[in-house]
Design a binder for this molecule. Structure first.
Ligand code: 5GP
Length: 196
């Protein structure tokens, strides 16, 4: 007898969900709001970075913080599914976590920049990609200023990179404007529900 319940065609495969968009657009807040809706079915991929931790950031919760040298040696050891230099610092997605979760049938949410996203699209063909847009560049500038996390120089770098990042939006499956946070959460949730 055919056991249909175990047939591979019926097994729902886990996917990667990639959230990209310029710095200050609210990606991390959106990730934190989305994860609880899907409890055991969706996990956040904690990235590694050579950026210095900000006040309130914790190693292993927000990022894995490494020195530039340690990050470069991890690159050589092929430990990242993707990595990129973003605003002058290294950022990368640990490969072992990603593959382990996918094998367990758990979807993974990546909060990464457009360069890293391009590498993920090329390797993980069924990844679902979502681009978060600010209502305008002016609003983005205000949000970055209000966040007050970066030096004036960093802020200018982030803003000038934003323009380049915005040009990539049409490469994504979904585009979402983060104008009103509650509205954006509802819209993002409905995108995830199409797949999970
Ligand atoms: P922040 O320094 O503000 O935490 O992050 C700066 C940028 O790096 C954000 O756009 C964020 O999405 C991106 N980023 C964070 N983790 C990764 C990662 O693992 N890989 C890549 N390519 N970008 C990342």
């Amino acid at each position: 007898m055919n056991d249909q319940t175990n047939s591979p065609s019926q097994k729902k495969l886990a996917r990667l969900f990639v959230l990209s968009g310029p710095s200050g657009v609210g990606k991390t807040v959106l990730c934190n709001r989305i994860i609880p809706f899907f409890s055991t079915k969706l996990v956040y991929s904690i990235s590694s970075t050579s950026r210095k931790p900000r006040e309130n950031e914790i190693h292993g919760r927000d990022y894995f913080f490494y020195s530039k040298e340690d990050f470069e040696s991890a690159i050589k050891q092929n430990q990242f599914a993707e990595w990129a230099l973003v605003h002058g610092n290294y950022y990368g997605t640990p490969k072992s976590f990603l593959n382990e979760k996918i094998e367990q049938g758990i979807n993974v949410l990546l909060n990464i920049d457009v360069q890293g996203a391009a590498k993920i699209f090329a390797e993980y063909l069924d990844a679902v990609t979502i681009f978060i847009l600010p209502p305008s560049l002016e609003v983005l500038k205000e949000r970055l200023k209000r966040r007050n996390l970066d030096s004036e120089k960093d802020l200018l770098v982030r803003l000038s990179n934003a323009k380049m990042e915005l040009e990539q939006q049409n490469k994504y499956h979904h585009i979402l404007v983060n104008d009103d946070l509650e509205k954006a959460v509802v819209e993002l949730k409905s995108i995830f529900e199409k797949y999970i």
